[in-house]
Ligand binder design. Sequence first.
Ligand code: DLL
Length: 432
Amino acid sequence: MLFDYEQETLPREELEALQLRRLQTQCERVYANVPFYRKKFDEAGLKPSEIRSLSDLTNLPFTEKQDLRNHYPFGMFAVPRDQVVRVHASSGTTGRATVVGYTRRDIRNWSELMARSFMLAGANSNDVIHNAYGYGLFTGGLGAHYGAERLGATVIPISGGSTKRQAVLLKDFAPDVICCTPSYALHLHEAAMEAGIDIAKLPLRIGIFGAEPWTDEMRRDVERKMGLKAMDIYGLSEVMGPGVAMECIEAQNGLHIQEDHFLVEIINPETGEILPPGSTGELVITTLTKEAIPLIRYRTKDLTSLDYTPCKCGRTFARMHRLMGRSDDMLIIRGVNVFPSQIESILLETEGLTPHYQLIIKREGTLDTLEVQVEVDEKLFSDAIKNLQRLEGGIQKNIKDFLGVTAKVKLVEPRTIERSAGKAKRIIDQRG
Ligand code: DLL
């Protein structure tokens, strides 16, 4: 069953007409209320009233994360502060935090879109939802919480951390759905095993996993270990939070973008040129209904492609391919480009390796070097040293053969790579 049948199955022309109306209103709103946008429109010699078709969007300027940072904390808000009922912020590990705000209506829309996302994933109002996304400035916790309540489900607001206790509560409360990052799901599984709890034997049916890159190999691993269907959810705080796009349980073939609220484009990340449907490039999102902090052509840095062909679930919203990575996570090792996800795929296809790994980038002279540290499982760990060395050589060769990158592979003992309650830290940059 669809959550919002009429909206989610709108014929393309009607959907685009709705998008255009909303885009026009949004442009009027930012022009009137956000000096940053008024200046950008004026510089482009464009008035909001000149937006007459969706393709006119291409005349508008891009917005970037740096623009939000430059207007830290509230300078991009389009409503007076007294209409803002909540703020969230990104962690700001790579610079100043980016702060976003929500009006009452923004929160209502977000809850609605998260409730839709739960239904896309096959959850329903009878479900008990264990929400292990972090509560706080991060959008994961409260975003999933409000959506679960809007759905009418029973939400367990456990947040991230206290992993052993979470394992016990999974057994005692027997939830149907779990929400967390895929790496935390694996961590939880490990802690549960240590406590003698086999999550695969619990009623848990669906995992709503996102907020960090993960591969299909990782999905299969999580599904096998936890005995559930692992569903991919996408979002980013600048644009709303989780629920911008979600896979449907019926086809599980790309993430439906909630196109009645977001207008999407794919561009060449180097030139900014718009790419035709099906091409892989950077996802650019224009918010169509956000009031507190509307964004026009926001460059997400996330790399994906769009699919407009009909989906067997009946929804008409376009689907984005699961993320390939972020353009700023791309490693260039001796002139060869590689994404962490490509290395993850190779690691997880190798028997005896675990999904716990880190990529360490160093500089030797003028060249960058890559070391892949990956944990082996207990069984392999007890093997003779010479077998482990042979395996290291084998993985090194696969990385070279499939990706063209020279990497040093180092197998490490089980449980030596740091676990996280939220997003896993995959890249350790020691270039200084
Ligand atoms: O991670 C929002 C979120 C919370 C999404 C819970 C899904 C579930 P930020 O902290 O602003 O927001 O980080 C956004 O995380 O631009 C992507 O690079 C990455 N990301 C989010 N979802 C996925 C996913 C939240 N399903 C950034 N696959 C985004 C891969 C993802 N990467």
